[in-house]
Every structure is written in C-alpha cells, then in structure tokens.
Ligand binder design. Structure first.
Ligand code: IVH
Length: 681
C-alpha cells in the first residue's frame, strides 16, 4: 500500500471511529456492534504501525494509555477552578435568589440554568486549535495535576473538537465520574480477581483517574460531563449559559440531558423536587443540583465573593454517606430464621435521618469488608433503602500500637447457635444466608411469624402490631398464631399500655379474622418463598387446604409460576409436624374460609385417564393444560402408548401425534380438552 493511500485510509478510519465513539459515549446511541468497531480499530492500529508518520495525537488509537509516569506534573489553572456555595433548605435557595435579584436590581424573576450536580471529580480540558492538548484535575483550585494521558483514554472526551465556532484556545470544564452500572461491573471484576473493591462510584472514578499508568485508566469505564468553560469563555459567541451548553454539545462534549432553564426561586425548587424524584433512576450518582444565572453578562455583573461565584449555588441533597464508628456487631433473626449481621453504630445523621444500626447483609459480606468492632465505617442510606455499611476506613482501624499492628478486635464470626433460642445455626451449601433451625420454637421467628400472620394483607387483625406481639410472646401468652384466638379481654387488659377498650377492640378484630379466605390464610402462614401472588395461585389451584397440604413437590409444580425451589419450601413447611399442629389449632379455633368452586367435582371427570400433550396449544400454556388435567384427576404422561386415553395435539405436533394415529389413540385439540374438562365427551 502506498503512503498516500494509507494516509487517506487512516484519515477515513479515524473519522469513522470517532463518529462511533461520539454516538456511543456522548449520544448514548450506539451505531455499530462492538466487534465491527474493534475491527476498524485494529485496521487503524496496523496502518499506524506500518506508517508511524501517520500517527496523530487525536487518533482514537491513542485512547489505550501511554507509558507509565513517575509523577503527575503540576498544572497551574489559567483561570482558578472555584467551588460553589451550598444550600440545603428551601429558605437558603430563596435567599440566594433574593441576593441575585438585589445584585442585579431586578424586579422580575431571573432565569436560571439548572443542571445536576455530578458526584465525581472536576477536571479541566485544554484545546488548542480544536485539538485536545492538556487535561488536569482541580487540585486546590489554583494548581492541579496534569493527567493528560489518562484523560485521553476517556471515550467521551473528544480528542478533536467537532463543529465550528470554537476559539483557538478554549478550556472546557466538567466532571469525570463512573456510571452506577459500570461501577457494579468493575467491582464484580475486582472481586473475581481478588482485588480491592471500591466503596462507591466516586472513589472508583478518582482512583481510576489518578493512575500513573494510563493503561490502567484505559481499562476503567470512566465517563465525562461538561458543565462550563474556563479560559477562552469570552471568545465563545453566546449570551447565556444554556446556549454555551448547547455549543459544548455541538462540539462533541457529553452534557446532561436533564439541564433546563427555569424562572425564579419557584422554578429552582420545582427543579430540585423533579430531579430528587428522578435521582434513583439516573445512571450516575448526583449529590444535588446546580443553579446558575443564565445570562452571562449578569454572571459577570454579580462576580465572585472570596472563592465562590455569586451567580451560582449548589442545592445539595442530604448526604447519603457518612462515617461513624462500629460499637458492636449483633445478629438479627428474621421471620424465616435468616440470620443477618447488623452493625451497631455511634449515631450518625445520614440520608436525612439519624442512623444507629446498619445491615451487613450476611457472613461473607462482613468477612469481605472485614468489618470489626471499633472500626470507622462508611454508612450509606439512600432513599428508603435500609442503611448499610459500605466499607471500612482502613487508615482509621485501631491497632495495638506498641506490639505490632494487630487489630484490636478479631474478625467477625457468625454464632453457631441462635442468640434468641439457642437452636443450631446452619448454612446450606451455595447459600449466602445462615438460618436458625428453631422455627416457631425461636421467639424471634415466632414474633415475626405472628406479626406476619396478623398483617393487613394476611389475616388482617387490626391493632396487632409488632410491639404488642413482642409483649404477648415475651409474657408467654402466645406461642403460635392459634393461641391468638384464645386471648380474652381480661388477659389483654393486664398488658402494659393496654386499656379495657383497646383490649376489647383487639379481641373483636381477632374474632373477625376467623372468617377469611384461603389465599389470605396460606399467605399468613409465612411459608418461605410464598408471597401474596403465589398464595393466591395455590388457593385457586387446590381450592382446598388439605389438598395443598397433601401435595408433593411435583404436584405443587403444576401450579403456574411454582418452580422447584418454591415447591420444595411449601412441601417442607407442611412436612413439619409443628406447622401442621398450628394449622389444626387454627381450624379448631374457628378460622375458616368459604369453600371455593368444587374443583373436586371436576376432578372425577378425568380420574384414571392418561393424556399426552403435544405441540403448541392455541391459548393454554403447556403447564396450564397440565394443571387443569391434573386438577380433574387425570394424569399427564410424557410419551404415547396403548394405555394413553387422549393425545391433545396443538400446532406443530410431531412424532407423538404420529404415534397416536398409529396406535389408534383418540386425538383431540384444545377445544376438545376443554370440552372434556367441562364434562363433555
Ligand atoms: S459549576 C465556579 N456545575 O461541584 C464553580 N459544578 O463546588 C463552577 N460540580 O468541584 C462549577 N456538577 O466539580 C458546576 N453541573 C455542575 C457541577 C459542578 C458538579 C462540582 C464541581 C466543583 C463542585 C463545586
């Protein structure tokens, strides 16, 4: 290949690869499959190897990382990178708007450009004649670290500016961050390799960007969002921040699609609420929103006060992470016996509430994070999610300072017996969760089982909350749900904080719950893996509790959506004598439900008959048809023989249909089956 042809091909490949990059990393609209991209990439690489003079600084092949550095050179920012003042309460936002209006002597509502506050790290990107030449971290705002080779590896950062109208020298500012999904994948990878996991996407982004070996940065999924311009801002032909962002997008930078222009403090607070709602669904972490006066000439008029602009403010969400001390590690026993390690914490304000306990999920998680009593830990509480310990702060681990670096507390181990009832704690192979084997003998499980039984969606016993259940169990008044029906106003009225009237109401509520439905009753039993929907399906399918109790795992799997795991837990539940005793006790106490349509009557219709299903039926799924046949007392076999009574054939029925015809077995279709089930012949 001649040098001229190679040069033309290389230019063409560079253009094409950058277009795909932009589509993928900036517009989030991939244009070609990864494999095709890789092929073009390799073609360019081999051209550049064969003709090294073709290699340019903006070639996409330069995104793979360069030779490692010894240290990062300092970078003095041409325009200091300032920070923003923070607001937390609506009143602070209103005060900000008031200051802006006072400063501008404006009597009308001011337009603000509003955007998410990305939770990553600030960087500056310098372009000379449209070419990316230097990139740096914020550092102390005056001087940062030059991390150009690392930033080159970010596919979202254009190596050459697109479009037109950019000044010869321009410095674009924005945030480097890691998307939540990329962070989860990276941590999975770290874990598989036995490498250290990152506490959160922000730390992962910072750790990945500040690598002396840019090849490591290249292997990390970092993203970038632009939010402003430093040097060269005055040379951009725009009047507002909103227009500036549009220009940045046109030049190839990723910008937040959630950006908007709103009016006055009402507009600001409305935006804050809107983004607060969207926050859990955003692909990246944000820690608030940023409000900027939209008109650039007004920004200049307002200017700066000490180290922050007067024209902008960050409205922050309450911090979702905080650091505190582990005072102890206890275990909690759940309704189904699941043993969960819980960190007792020095109270800390996080996610808008004071947190004193945080889940450690399971034994492996505690070991993996190596959380010990006395450690300082990062605690996270996002939205309504249960607070969790994210990671320890290793530098703050207390040590026996004089005698080597031994940690003060030993690694956590799960107790061998249940702290509530002393029963053995077991953990199945391949299971993350250890369980107390005490069942309803365990007061912790009993309390939660009772509470679940009484819940609104189960037996709906109004007024029987967790506090009362606790008292009833601790006082030895109630051992099983059946005991509830023996409670009298007198016994109840003797309890703490229980007056005659509430005792009366509770007894009435318990009495009312005697008339229930089969699905509520099944759900209320608290069988592992049986939620409300499954309880309904079971009730519908079996119509009768005794039939359900007698069903083996195979028969249970005839119920739609009941797989082997659920079937096993149902069968195991009814196999326990004490569970059967509780059920008998409840029935004796008068708990009853209307007997549903007598499926049993239908059941006789196919008794002793064997059917084979083949092909695709027009409306019934295979397992639905099977369940219907079985509910009618029939058997569904896998192959056709002389003993087969009917073959139910659907679309694309194959060898089984042939066999049936050969043996002279009756062949029917779905309509025929339904007719059979309805008593027809
Ligand atoms: S504008 C004069 N816009 O927040 C400062 N900053 O305290 C102009 N940040 O370190 C900054 N998202 O890295 C701006 N949409 C956004 C931002 C944002 C995150 C960070 C920025 C800076 C800090 C300001």
């Amino acid at each position: 290949m001649s040098a001229a042809v190679a040069a033309a091909r290389a230019a063409c490949l560079r253009g094409e690869l950058e277009r795909h990059n932009h589509a993928y990393y900036v517009l989030d609209q991939p244009t070609i499959p990864d494999a095709e991209y890789d092929q073009l990439f390799r073609e360019l690489q081999s051209l550049e190897n064969a003709f090294p003079e073709l290699l340019t600084a903006d070639s996409p092949t330069q995104r793979v990382g360069a030779a490692p550095l010894k240290e990062f050179p300092p970078h003095v920012h041409g325009v200091p990178m300032l920070s923003l003042n923070n607001a937390f309460a609506p009143a602070e936002v209103e005060a900000f708007d008031q200051r802006v209006r006072d400063g501008l002597e404006s009597i009308v509502a001011v337009d603000y450009a509003v955007e998410p506050k990305f939770d990553g790290l600030a960087i500056s990107l310098t372009y000379e004649n449209g070419l990316f030449v230097r990139g740096a971290t914020r550092g102390d705002g005056a001087t940062g670290e030059e991390v150009t080779p690392n930033l080159r590896t970010l596919r979202g950062i254009p190596l050459r500016l697109a479009g037109e109208g950019w000044p010869a020298l321009i410095e674009v500012r924005g945030e480097v961050l890691m998307f939540k999904a990329d962070f989860a994948r990276l941590n999975d990878r770290q874990r598989e390799r036995g490498d250290k996991e990152f506490a959160n996407p922000r730390n992962a982004a910072a750790g990945s960007l500040r690598q002396l070996d840019s090849k490591i940065t290249a292997s990390r999924p970092l993203s970038f969002f632009a939010y402003g311009v430093g040097l060269g801002a005055e040379a951009v032909a725009v009047k507002t921040h909103g227009e500036l962002m549009n220009k940045l997008a046109a030049w190839g930078f990723p910008v937040a699609s959630e950006r908007r222009v709103v009016q006055g403090s009402k507009g600001l607070l409305g935006y804050f609420a809107e983004i607060g709602e969207k926050r859990p669904g955003l692909p990246y972490d944000i820690d608030g929103v940023v409000y900027k006066v939209n008109r650039l000439d007004w920004q200049a008029m307002l200017g700066f006060v000490s180290r922050a602009p007067r024209f902008a403010i960050a409205h922050k969400f309450p911090a979702e992470e905080a650091t505190t001390e582990v005072l102890g590690i206890d275990v909690q026993v759940g309704r189904t016996g699941a043993i969960t390690p819980v960190a007792r914490l020095k109270p800390v304000f996080v996610g808008g509430v004071t947190v004193t306990n945080a889940t450690l999920h399971n034994e492996d998680e505690v070991r993996r994070k190596d959380v010990r009593v006395g450690d300082m830990v990062i605690v996270r509480r996002a939205g309504d999610v249960i607070p969790e310990v994210v990671a320890i702060v290793p530098e703050k681990r207390p040590t026996r300072d004089l005698f080597g670096g031994e940690p003060l507390h030993p690694p956590f181990t799960l107790p061998k017996s249940c702290p509530e009832c002393g029963s053995t704690v077991t953990r199945g192979e391949d299971e993350a969760i250890a369980r107390c084997t005490g069942g309803l003998y365990c007061p912790a499980q009993r309390k939660q089982a009772l509470w679940h039984f009484a819940a609104r969606r189960a037996m709906n016993i109004d007024g029987l909350g967790d506090k009362l259940v606790e008292q009833l169990v601790d006082a030895g008044l109630v051992h099983t749900p059946a005991d509830l029906y023996g409670l009298t106003v007198d016994t109840l009225a003797g309890l703490e904080r229980m007056g005659e009237k509430s005792a009366q109401n509770l007894v009435e509520a318990i009495e009312r719950s005697q008339q229930t439905t089969l699905s509520r009753f099944i759900y209320g039993l608290g069988i592992r893996n049986v939620g409300e929907a499954t309880a309904r399906d079971l009730a519908k399918h079996f119509a009768d509790l005794d039939a359900l109790m007698a069903a083996d795992a195979e028969a249970l799997q005839a119920v739609p959506d009941v797989g082997p795991v659920v079937a096993m837990s149902i069968a195991a539940f009814f196999a326990e004598a004490h569970n059967r005793d509780v059920i008998a006790g409840l029935r004796q106490a008068g708990v009853a439900w209307p007997i549903a349509e007598p499926v049993a009557a239908v059941a006789q219709l196919l008794a002793g008959k064997t059917l084979v299903l083949t092909g695709t039926l027009p409306t019934l799924k295979r397992d639905e048809a099977k369940a219907m046949v079985e509910a009618a007392g029939g058997k569904v076999a896998g192959s056709v023989s002389k003993k087969t009574d009917y073959v139910v054939a659907g679309e694309e029925a194959g060898s089984k249909l042939e066999k049936a015809l050969e043996l002279g077995v009756a062949v029917i279709d779905e309509a025929g089956l339904i007719q059979l089930l309805n008593g027809g012949v």
